[in-house]
Design a protein around this ligand. Structure first.
Ligand code: UDP
Ligand code: MG
Length: 320
């Protein structure tokens, strides 16, 4: 239990990953502190994870933690990526309810009281669903839409669309999440996998308060592949169908050629068609091997059983 916590008040943990957020930290605490302080039926703590920032993010966080015992800082040994940082924060959080939130204020803290209210109503998960994506570029909107469609088509566990990591989860859900041992963590998928009684609250997503996004197009693409291969083996099965279809076609074509040869005798032309078929099949096989490799690679990485993140040090103001 937190030192300042009255025994009967439940504790709310905010989990915030920070990666090179030097220019966003001050805004973040300015805006979030009054909102949390106004929640008088709850105590709160802010678990900040420094995900190997190269700027003065850590120094700023430590300075804040030294003034406020409700702020804790977990310094990871290097940059492990947002999913791992979030996992670290969730593991460290002590709250009866936990809210992961981005440091750039794109997840509006004003929504927190509404999330808490739904939790009080008995929901174990309260999703924050964004009703617009105006703050994202056209391309990001379209690709995100495509991703959700593709993902939900191939995966048994459906992802609610336009829902990020910003949500409230109950202690029970957190304990369930902790039981999922996988190393490569696609948090949205893991959150969806555990289930529980869920409510949704809508909000308008804002533009970044300061600094710039850490997710380039290429990183998002890899993130999407990660998401799909973590939760579905349908792409593997596609290759069975693809192979079957091509074999069937080849068989029929073979019959046609045999009959043609029997009737018309042998003629030599056919260089173009042979080359086309050889190249086409070569390409198909390579793609198939690539997909296999994708899954094999995941199995390999998981089988090592390495920890998801390493903590260098924890910072917290001593009890006074
Ligand atoms: N983040 C992190 N590690 C990383 C990349 C990002 O902890 O390797 C944090 C970042 O500091 C922010 C959150 O994850 O708090 C979301 O990142 P960002 O705003 O860049 O993503 P976007 O909103 O553009 O999807
Ligand atoms: Mg952001």
């Amino acid at each position: 239990m937190h030192p300042d916590q009255a025994p009967d008040k439940p504790l709310l943990s905010l989990v915030v990953p920070f990666y090179n957020e030097s220019s966003a930290i001050a805004h973040f605490f300015q805006r979030i502190t009054p909102i949390l302080a106004a929640l008088d039926t709850l105590d709160y703590e802010i678990v900040c994870i420094n995900d190997g920032s190269a700027d003065d993010t850590l120094a700023q966080l430590i300075a804040i933690a030294e003034r406020d015992s409700r702020v804790r800082v977990i310094d990871l040994s290097r940059n492990f990526g947002k999913e791992a940082a979030l996992t670290a924060g969730l593991n460290e959080a002590l709250g009866d309810a936990v809210i992961p939130i981005d440091a750039d204020l794109q997840d509006p803290p004003e929504l927190i009281p509404r999330l808490v209210e739904q939790w009080r109503n008995g929901y174990e998960v309260v999703l924050a669903k964004r009703v617009n994506r105006d703050s994202d570029s056209y391309l990001k909107r379209k690709t995100a839409q495509l991703f959700y469609r593709l993902y939900n088509a191939v995966s048994d566990i459906k992802l609610p669309d336009n829902v990020g990591d910003f949500r409230l989860i109950d202690r029970q859900v957190l304990e369930a999440l902790k039981q999922l041992p996988e190393n490569r963590r696609f948090m949205k998928g893991l959150f969806a996998w555990v289930g529980f009684k869920t409510a949704t609250v809508e909000y308008v997503r804002e533009a970044r308060s300061a600094g710039e996004t850490k997710f380039s197009g290429w990183r998002l693409w890899n993130f999407a592949l990660e998401g799909i291969t973590s939760f579905s083996t349908v792409p593997l099965r596609w290759w069975t169908y693809c192979g079957s279809a091509i074999s069937l076609f080849a068989f029929i074509y073979g019959l046609v050629i045999i009959f043609k040869t029997l009737i018309h005798g042998i003629d030599m032309p056919g260089y173009a068609s042979i080359l086309t078929v050889v190249l086409f099949l070569g390409g198909i096989q390579l793609i198939g091997i690539g997909v296999l490799g994708e899954y094999l690679g995941r199995t390999y990485l998981e089988s090592k059983g390495r920890p998801i993140y390493l903590i260098r040090r924890r910072y917290q103001k001593a009890e006074d």
